[in-house]
Design a protein around this ligand. Structure first.
Ligand code: G3I
Length: 318
């Protein structure tokens, strides 16, 4: 069967990729598959570039974990997606509990994004600069950044990232924006307002943590309303979970759903690539978060390809 990045490139996409995490890299079977650039043309570090990992105390930056994944991807000839500069989650307590003034927090964001993006200037070509800024109703999420700075925190982060790596594609990334609806409308309005203010913004990342049998019917229309804003779209964290144990019928439906997501992206030129949120069920985030659910990825826990794999290939061929 066709390797997935080969299938994506043949379809005119920039890559098919996978997230990974440092503790998985001691698993040699895992690394062998991950390292095949015909299979995965792009890698996203799942945790090691987040704020708690990179700036655990103010002004003290650590890149050991980030470097490990960046160096692996570079050695394998794979593109990188940086994840992420500013997010309400996985923040060190010095950020959340610092009671900083607006001016101070602004400079903290500028230093953080500038340093992390700058560290990998020319090496990480896509960045989730702002992660999960929206509530389900499309308004901006209340967190330390919004509560202190209002909407301005988003442009502060994007401008700092731009200054640190002018050639990187800068994204806002969120979940629950796969179909049309209030949250997607909130994303449209946010990107419009950033563009109107000449804030650098190149892309919208659609996480796509989906449920088998529930791919939104408006996925294609929604991607098109995003690309119509003059930004690119990437599917950044795709997985399709189900209630365990997985039956043959579930796996067949999952294959169809992967195919549908991929073929929908495939048909829209501004949808530039797809990343799955790790590739094997052995290392999926799902079971730890949604009790009784899992089997969300195209490889099972024993590194056997599931029907979903052929769904992805068929999606790129359509
Ligand atoms: O590093 C510690 C380790 O020292 C400790 O022994 C272990 C015990 O639980 O925890 C380890 O940290 C965990 C970390 O992943 C690394 O494995 C955290 O508890 C765990 O909460 C953390 O989960 C990550 C999650 O983000 C946190 O929000 C997942 O791996 C990661 O896949 C997930 O990724 C997010 C994206 O960033 C944003 N979109 C949603 C996506 C899925 O939740």
């Amino acid at each position: 069967t066709t390797p997935l990045n080969v299938a994506a490139k043949a379809a005119g996409k920039k890559y098919f990729g996978s997230a990974t995490d440092n503790h998985e890299l001691t698993d040699s079977t895992y690394v062998e598959i991950l390292s095949d650039s015909n299979m995965f043309g792009q890698i996203t570090p799942g945790n090691s570039l987040k704020w708690d990992a990179t700036e655990p105390s103010r002004g003290n930056f650590t890149f050991t974990q980030g470097d490990q994944i960046v160096n692996l991807a570079k050695a394998n000839g794979q593109l990188l997606r940086g994840h992420n500069c500013v997010w309400h989650n996985q923040l060190p307590s010095w950020v959340t509990s610092g009671n900083f003034s607006a001016d101070t927090l602004s400079s903290i964001i500028t230093t953080h994004c500038g340093t992390v993006v700058g560290r990998y200037q020319g090496q990480i070509c896509f960045w989730d600069v702002v992660n999960e800024p929206l509530n389900d109703d499309g308004t901006l999420r209340s967190d330390v950044f919004y509560d202190t700075l209002g909407e301005e925190y988003i442009s502060i982060a994007l401008r700092a990232a731009k200054a640190a790596d002018p050639d990187a594609k800068l994204y806002i990334n969120d979940y629950g924006i796969e179909g049309t609806g209030p949250k997607s409308t909130g994303m449209v309005n946010l990107v419009k307002s950033l563009k109107a203010a000449s804030v650098p913004i190149d892309g919208i990342g659609m996480q796509a943590h989906l449920i088998v049998g529930q791919v939104p019917s408006t996925l294609g229309d929604n991607i098109k309303q995003f690309t119509a804003l003059g930004v690119e779209v990437a599917i950044t964290e795709l997985d399709l979970r189900m209630t365990l144990p997985a039956t043959d019928a579930d796996l067949a439906q999952q294959k169809e759903d992967y195919q549908r997501v991929i073929s929908t992206c495939n048909a829209i030129s501004g949808c530039i690539g797809v990343t799955i949120w790790d590739y094997t069920d052995k290392y999926s985030w799902v079971p730890a978060t949604f009790s009784g659910q899992g089997a969300a990825l195209p490889w099972d826990e024993n590194f056997n390809k599931k029907p979903a794999y052929d769904g992805i290939v068929a999606g790129f061929a359509s």
